[in-house]
Design a protein around this ligand. Sequence first.
Ligand SMILES: [Zn+2]
Length: 81
Amino acid sequence: MSLKQILSDWPDAPIVMCKGCGKKIIFGRLQDGKQVPLDPSPPVYMLMRFRDDKEQWVYRADKAGTVFVSHFATCPKANDF
Ligand SMILES: [Zn+2]
């Protein structure tokens, strides 16, 4: 999901600028109440393995829906936090 889509679908989404790199990120809340910075830009894929009709393993990648990467994984300044 792109930032534009997020703003269109969820206009009140908590989008802020990362204090380290300046990139726009969105905060999500984990079940334990902690917040996690999420990167809406990198595409995320689900990887599924199945056998084709020749009994060969096939690894299929499908773009995931509303799934984000932790900004801690993509921020060049992550070690500063
Ligand atoms: Zn950052």
